[in-house]
Structure formats: structure tokens, C-alpha cells
Design a protein around this ligand. Structure first.
Ligand SMILES: Cc1ncc(COP(=O)(O)O)c(C=O)c1O
Length: 378
């Protein structure tokens, strides 16, 4: 008899990244150029000074890293929060590093879900890890539909007080993947007010907060520090997806509890990565450069989509959330684009409310974006 693993594993459809990998391999076999707007993993090099910091940090004697992280990294994260948002944050009590936002997000429901509070909210459409994290932790996932008519903000009034009282955590993500929507301060005021009133944790996932096209978005941590944990990542900000590095900021009591919980998980970030992360958080110039590159890609793609009559939404992150042409489904349009080796993700892959959209991650180079619009089907 084979080992009987959790039935949940068979129930979850193939993770987005795996599916996209298979699609890319098929396109590559065609021998023609592939324009991969699928997974949000940009191609721009990691700035040289960050790579150098990693190399220089390789120690002669290697020892276990601590869950709390290196002081130099916590200080750099606090310095970033000060420069970017004007926040005074205690680096030793309010900051904790993680191995990228995904790792932190996945483990949070394990620390929050209980029999009394099984409910965890997550946006629909959304980055798929929220729902999966809730399911693996044995929580009760609840979708929060984000529709264009509500500018992709959840209807917090639609939840009953009874349900809020049984809520462990609420995943929130602005600037939002996949819609690119931003949230006004009023949204976070309301959400964090509910979190305080009903005693749940608002997890505000903010990996795109520095990749703005117009006004710099706020962090939820500037709205309130109670019952909130914000998560920041170097993946997109600094071109460091492969390093797996981010940090969480929250009230000292919350961080202390998470530190204890996380000591069980084996997720303390490698110290060489932490040293590289510290220099990345200390610098803003390379992020400005990245914003310029994404703005060029956005200009090429948005102009083309407008020309062929397709509406897009959202200004934040590096995604374009595109209405499919009249009479087509997300899947059919994505398949039609794939015939020209233009790979995109059908909206419903991010949840049922993604119906009628496709998502473009602006990851190919500017030159490839220009080439892609030349072969785009009418
Ligand atoms: C909304 C959102 N959160 C988190 C992540 C993962 O970030 P990290 O690379 O820091 O794990 C992504 C990656 O695409 C994302 O879109």
C-alpha cells in the first residue's frame, strides 16, 4: 500500500507556476520566439552591488541563522520604512525577516487559525497562496470578491458581526495582484478598525508597494499598528525573486509571538541572503531605475491594447488586467494568444471573479514587449 497523503493535495489543481512552466516548454518547442507574460518573475538583472554583498558575506564558519534575523537587516528594513513612508519603527521589536512574502504568507494561518476562529478571508481574484495556506492550516477559506464596479475593493459591510467574531485573519493585498488596483487610506482604516473591534489579524501583503506608475501608495502600517502585519519583499522591488527575502512589520507583542511560532518552522533566512537584503533595503536608486523600465513596458503594451480596443485596469504593480474581447472567454483568448507564443494567464486562474480578464505580467524585456505587440492577433 502506497503512503496515504492528505486528500487536499489531490484536490488542489496544479499550482499556477507549474502550469505556466508546462505552457512555456510547449511554446519553446515551436522554435519561434516566446513572449512570456505569465509568471511575475522579471528578467532584469539583480543590481551588481547586491550580488557583491551576497558574495562578500559568505562566512568561513557557517552557523544556524536566528529567526529574529541579523540586526543589520532589521535596521535596514526600519530605515526603508522611515525613508519611504515616514514611519518610526523599532528595528528590534517590530521587524522580522522572512524567506520572501510567500513563505510568511503560507505559515501565517498555521499560527492564527483555531477552533473558535477558523475563518480566513482572502481576495478573489488573488495570488493563489492565500487560499492554499488557509486550506493547509485547516482554516475555513472565505472569498472576498473584488469587482471593477467596486474599484476592486472588498465589500467589508457584507460580512456579519458573527462571522467577524469567528475570523482568525484577513489577507489584504494592495497594490493588488492581479488587478493592479490600489486601495485608498479609507479602505485600510475600515479594515483595521474591524480587525481591532473583532480581534482578528489583518495581513497586508505589500510586495508591489514600490512599483508604482503615478503616486506612491501608502502602507497599511501607516494607518494603524494594531492587529495588522504588513509584509514587504525584495523580489519585485529589487529584482531578487531567487534570493527569497522579505520582512514583516507588526506590533512588538505580535512579532514576539510570531518569532516563537516561526522557530518551529525552519524558515530563518540564510545569513548571506540577509546581508545582501540589508544593502538592497538601504538603497532606493535602483528601484527608481526599475520603475522606469516597467513604465516603458507599460507604455508599449497599454498603447497596443488600447489600439486594438481592449480595456485595462489598474496602475499599480507590474500587471495589466485586461478585459478579453467581446464574445470570448479568458481561456479562449489566452489560447489564441498562445498560438502566437504570447503567454498570459486567464483571469479565472486567480479565482472566479477573474472571469472575462487575462493577466499580463510585464516581465519580458522592453524590446520583447515591442516584438510581442507586432505578432499580437487582431
Ligand atoms: C501578491 C503577492 N504576494 C506575494 C508574492 C510572493 O512574493 P515573494 O517572492 O516575496 O515570496 C507574490 C509573487 O508574485 C505576489 O504576487
Amino acid at each position: 500500500m502506497k503512503p496515504q497523503l492528505r486528500p487536499l493535495l489531490a484536490e488542489l489543481s496544479a499550482y499556477l507556476q507549474e502550469k505556466a512552466g508546462a505552457q512555456r516548454e510547449a511554446a519553446q518547442r515551436s522554435g519561434k520566439p516566446v513572449f512570456d507574460f505569465g509568471i511575475g518573475d522579471p528578467r532584469e538583472p539583480t543590481p551588481a552591488f547586491i550580488r557583491e554583498a551576497l558574495k562578500a558575506a559568505i562566512p568561513e564558519v557557517s552557523q544556524y541563522p536566528s529567526v529574529a534575523g541579523l540586526p543589520v537587516l532589521r535596521k535596514a528594513a526600519a530605515g526603508y520604512l522611515k525613508r519611504r513612508f515616514g514611519l518610526a519603527v523599532d528595528p528590534d521589536r517590530e521587524i522580522m525577516p522572512c524567506q520572501g512574502a510567500k513563505e510568511a504568507l503560507f505559515h501565517l494561518p498555521l499560527t492564527a487559525v483555531s477552533r473558535e476562529r477558523p475563518i480566513c478571508f482572502f481576495p478573489d481574484p488573488a495570488y493563489p497562496v492565500y487560499e492554499r495556506a488557509i486550506l493547509f492550516a485547516g482554516g475555513e477559506p472565505r472569498r472576498m470578491p473584488l469587482v471593477e464596479e467596486r474599484t476592486f475593493l472588498p465589500d467589508l459591510d457584507a460580512v456579519s458581526a458573527d462571522d467577524w467574531q469567528r475570523t482568525a485573519l484577513f489577507f489584504d493585498n494592495y497594490p493588488h495582484n492581479p488587478t493592479g488596483a490600489a486601495a485608498p487610506v479609507a479602505h485600510h482604516q475600515k479594515l483595521l478598525g474591524l480587525a481591532r473591534e473583532h480581534g482578528f489579524l489583518a495581513v497586508c501583503d505589500e510586495p508591489y508597494v514600490d512599483l508604482y506608475a503615478k503616486e506612491p501608495p501608502h502602507t497599511a502600517y501607516s494607518v494603524s499598528r494594531e492587529n495588522v502585519l504588513v509584509i514587504h519583499s525584495l523580489s519585485k522591488r529589487s529584482g531578487m525573486t531567487g534570493y527569497r527575502s522579505g520582512f514583516m512589520a507588526g506590533e512588538p507583542d505580535l512579532i514576539a509571538k510570531l518569532r516563537e511560532a516561526r522557530a518551529n518552522f525552519g524558515v530563518a533566512p540564510q545569513s548571506i541572503v540577509q546581508q545582501a537584503a540589508a544593502v538592497a533595503w538601504d538603497d532606493d536608486a535602483h528601484v527608481e531605475e526599475r520603475r522606469k523600465v516597467f513604465a516603458q513596458k507599460r507604455a508599449v503594451l497599454a498603447a497596443h491594447l488600447k489600439k486594438i480596443g481592449l480595456r485595462t485596469s489598474g496602475e499599480g504593480a507590474f500587471y495589466l488586467w485586461v478585459h478579453v474581447p467581446e464574445g470570448e472567454t479568458s481561456e479562449l483568448y489566452a489560447a489564441r494568444l498562445a498560438e502566437r507564443n504570447i503567454l498570459v494567464v486567464p483571469g479565472p486562474s486567480f479565482g472566479p471573479s477573474g472571469k472575462g480578464f487575462i493577466r499580463l505580467a510585464m516581465v519580458p524585456t522592453v524590446e520583447d514587449c515591442k516584438r510581442a505587440v507586432e505578432v499580437w492577433p487582431a
